[in-house]
Design a protein around this ligand. Structure first.
Ligand code: GLY
Length: 374
């Protein structure tokens, strides 16, 4: 089985590793592996804390992935000798005002209705859990099993693991799908080279539908949703765990790492393929973070960046065979690419290798959009 995967972000890399481990010959095409949204992302593994009404199937997918993370990260670390920064120390979500607290209370009820207990904390209990929180914080919710990972370390380890298993990395741009008869049989590159394949997986985030030769409607529209992120550094302990806050209805999060990095994110902007970092975006993040953690202004500034999340029409992943035989989609992971990498790798590799697919994949087939269009 020859498989070509277009896109070496966290999803393409994880799928390549698992598909090669399953016995296929895999080629991964990307001009700059691991450099897109995966290198900007903070790496929250927080399906419970980010639960949204109407997205219960996504919660189940997220929980299935979070469950896999420990073994996934351990296997990667053992194979490559590289650390991934995987942490399972929970997520504390805090409220700035009474309305924010009401939202968290509703969220807790919703979580409980789905059988997921999370712990409601008073303002004082929040500050005991995270002493740097502002005295005015009203209360919060603790999701003890949520966690985080360092996406830059993770993708470096995935790239090393894939190469170790013989995945060929082609640092070029894919420009077209080769279609023969009624099936995809390969990918054309920007230098004219054609890579032949029995199966092609499109995992190029918001660029997944960009290839020439794709019959219209084959890949559902995936739009870029910009996220600006600030990286700070501290030498003193500042946060014990990932902390998310609601400040007058707008959300902000901080993800601490063992090496002193703290990632502060993220804006959510529908501006096409714009990756400019703006003064307004950074100001909003710092303004809200300072309301919750006044000491943040003392931290050292390290870096800013903007990434493009791939958002499908229903903001859920698009994984599975497309209407064009031989062509598979693995995109649309929106705010959850890092969280969903382990389960997506299992799903996509099973599909590419004709093996039993985890049931949790059911609601995420590309066919859900063609049925709507029909
Ligand atoms: N998963 C967090 C974000 O996309 O900002």
């Amino acid at each position: 089985m020859q498989v070509v995967i277009v896109g070496a972000g966290v999803i393409g890399l994880a799928a390549a590793w698992r598909t090669a481990a399953g016995g296929a010959t895999v080629t991964l095409v990307d001009p700059a592996p691991a450099s897109g949204a995966s290198s900007v992302a903070a790496g929250m593994l927080t399906p419970v804390s980010e639960l949204t009404y109407g997205e219960e199937p996504l919660l189940r997918l997220g929980l299935a992935s979070r469950e896999r993370y420990g073994a996934f990260a351990a296997e990667l670390e053992e194979l490559t000798g590289l650390e991934t920064g995987h942490r399972t120390d929970g997520l504390l979500q805090v409220a700035f005002d009474a309305d924010d607290l009401k939202y968290l209370d509703d969220l807790r009820r919703f979580q409980e209705s789905l059988g997921i207990p999370s712990e409601a904390l008073t303002g004082r209990e929040c500050r005991r859990a995270e002493p740097m929180l502002a005295p005015g914080v009203r209360g919060g919710l603790l999701a003890p099993e949520d966690g985080s990972i360092d996406p830059r370390r993770l993708t470096a380890a995935l790239l090393a693991a894939a190469e170790k298993l013989g995945v060929q990395i082609v640092r070029r741009r894919a420009v077209r799908v080769v279609v023969e008869g009624d099936a995809a049989t390969g990918i054309g590159l920007d230098d004219g080279t054609v890579l032949r394949a029995d199966r092609v997986l499109l995992a190029a985030g918001p660029w997944s539908g960009d290839l020439e030769g794709l019959p219209p409607g084959t890949v559902p529209p995936v739009r870029p949703v910009k996220g600006q992120v600030i990286r700070l550094r501290t030498r003193m302990p500042f946060l014990r765990r990932t902390t998310r806050g609601l400040v007058k209805g707008s959300s902000v999060y901080l993800v601490p790492r063992a090496d002193g990095e703290i990632v502060l994110g993220a804006t959510q902007e529908e501006l096409g393929f714009d990756t400019r970092v703006t003064a307004g975006g950074l100001w909003e993040l710092l303004r809200d973070a300072r309301e919750l953690l006044p000491g943040i202004t003392e931290l050292e500034f390290a870096e800013v960046g903007a990434g493009l999340r791939p958002g499908s029409p229903d903001n859920a992943p698009v994984m599975g065979p497309t209407a064009l035989p031989g062509l598979f989609a693995g995109t649309g992971h929106f705010r959850n690419g890092v969280l969903l990498a382990p389960v997506s790798a299992d799903i996509l590799s099973a599909m590419l290798l004709d093996r039993p697919v985890p049931e949790v994949a059911g609601p995420f087939s590309p066919a859900r959009f063609s049925e709507v269009q029909a």
